[in-house]
Unconditional design. Structure first.
Length: 98
């Protein structure tokens, strides 16, 4: 098992990390980069209302951000996160700085 997989699975749930499985957790996650903590909360509430399962309620994160995870109805894991130092361009794309 790769260290990358171990880190991401523990980020999802430190006490009971998801295990790789056929038709289940694939070892990758998709991401939604929010512009505020409120947006993180709103997105996770909205996806829950349409059938997604929130597997990590939003909270302050070790790197200083705020976020949580959900599993969509097709079984994909999504991270929804916000960083107070994040900047977005005119197209609402996250700007990655070196």
């Amino acid at each position: 098992m790769s260290k990358g997989y171990q880190r991401i699975s523990k980020d999802i749930n430190e006490e009971n990390p998801p295990e790789l499985s056929k038709g289940g957790f694939s070892g990758i996650t998709l991401a939604y980069n929010a512009k505020s903590e409120n947006e993180v909360d709103d997105i996770l509430q909205s996806v829950k209302e349409v059938g997604a399962k929130v597997v990590k309620v939003p909270k302050k994160l070790s790197w200083g951000g705020y976020g949580g995870y959900f599993i969509d109805p097709d079984g994909y894991y999504w991270e929804v996160a916000y960083g107070s130092n994040w900047e977005f361009d005119d197209s609402n794309m996250l700007i990655i700085k070196d």
